[in-house]
Structures are given as structure tokens and as C-alpha cells.
Design a protein around this ligand. Sequence first.
Ligand code: FAD
Length: 186
Amino acid sequence: MAPSAARSRFVLLALFGMLVFTFLLFGGHGSSADGLSSRSQAVLNNEGSSGVSSGAVLTGHAIAPKLGNATAKAELGRAAWKVLHTTFARFPEKPTPEEKEALRSYVHLFQRLYPCGECAEHFGKVLAKYPPQVSSRSAAAMWGCMVHNIVNKRLQKPQFNCEDIGDAYDCGCGDDDKKEKDAAPA
Ligand SMILES: Cc1cc2nc3c(=O)[nH]c(=O)nc-3n(C[C@H](O)[C@H](O)[C@H](O)COP(=O)(O)OP(=O)(O)OC[C@H]3O[C@@H](n4cnc5c(N)ncnc54)[C@H](O)[C@@H]3O)c2cc1C
């Protein structure tokens, strides 16, 4: 074989080798350095995101199916209200704009993804009429109490006295930052 033909063959082989290497590195289905499959990596990196605007994500249709089981619905409700009211009780009294936005988004997504579809559907209408109040801890807590009372009314349950909301959801965990500050020597 002529030397130039051998050189061309060598160059072609080298190119092919580089192509295979590149495919294995970036396009293959192997594991990443974190031991995650490329599919898991894609999920964590939010690949395949539809690009739907965040406004639509927050206020779209209720996602879960109907939850027929009344016992499950009541248990879920008690736990969910506890989480919501305690979240409001521990929200900052003077939140930053970013913290306000976080709470607003949380409440909307809480509604959309609430595991009882028919409850979520109804609660979506409540949120549309009474958007979450996120300006302060007391505003959020009062708002939470008020929307819970709207659900209570619909389910023919007694109304809660919202003046007591501050005491009702003291989870006993206190305000650690404040305690540490108070305990620090002057
Ligand atoms: C967002 C949401 C929507 C729901 N929608 C439906 C629905 O459409 N249909 C349905 O059947 N169930 C629904 N539920 C469940 C329902 O609200 C109750 O949780 C469930 O029926 C159990 O009621 P309960 O009497 O044990 O007390 P809950 O209403 O669960 O309340 C738990 C405790 O919270 C306290 N509480 C009561 N009212 C207030 C208030 N206003 N503010 C602060 N604390 C209060 C009381 O101490 C009470 O014991 C929903 C729950 C949630 C979180």
C-alpha cells in the first residue's frame, strides 16, 4: 500500500475513534460521575422542560384525580391544614420580596397539586377570589385562617375564631434565632 493511502486510512480511523469517544462521553446512556443515569441527570437538570411560563404553572388546572375515600380525605385535610397554618406561623414578620414570592408560589402549587382533586378544584376558586396574603407573618396567618373558614363553611363545619390564630399554631419549636440572640452575653 502507498504511504499516502496508509496515512489517509490512519486519519480516518483516528476521526472515527474520536467520534465514538465523543458519543460515549456526551450522548451515551451510561452513568455520570455522580453515579446517576443520564435520564436521572436530565430530570435533575430539568431537561425536557416545556417552557410553560411560571404564571400558568401556578394557576393551571388541579392535577390530582378525585379522592373518593372520605376518611382519607379528612386525614389528608387535617395534616395539610396543619402544615399550611404552621408554615404561615413561621413565615418572617418582615419577609424579603423573594420570600414573599416563595410563599405565594408555594400556596398556589400547594393548591394545584393537592392530592384530593375535587378539593383542589374548589380551593383554586377560593385562591382566585382571595389571593394569598404574603406581606407579613400576621397577614399570611390571618389569610390562612380566613380561607380555611371558607372551606369550613362549605363543609358545614364550625367557624374558627381567627383572633386566636397566633396562639393556635405555635408549634413549640420557637424562634431559634431569637432564642440564640437573647441567650448571647451582652
Ligand atoms: C386546601 C384544602 C381544601 C379542602 N377541600 C375539601 C373539600 O372540598 N371537601 C372535603 O370534603 N374536604 C376538603 N378538605 C378537608 C377538610 O377541610 C378537613 O380537613 C377535613 O374534613 C377534616 O376536618 P376536621 O373537622 O377534622 O378539621 P379541619 O378542618 O381539618 O381542621 C383541623 C383543625 O384546624 C383547626 N381549625 C379549624 N378551622 C380553622 C381555621 N379557619 N384556621 C385555623 N385553624 C382552624 C381546628 O383546631 C381543627 O380541629 C380540604 C382540605 C384542604 C387543606
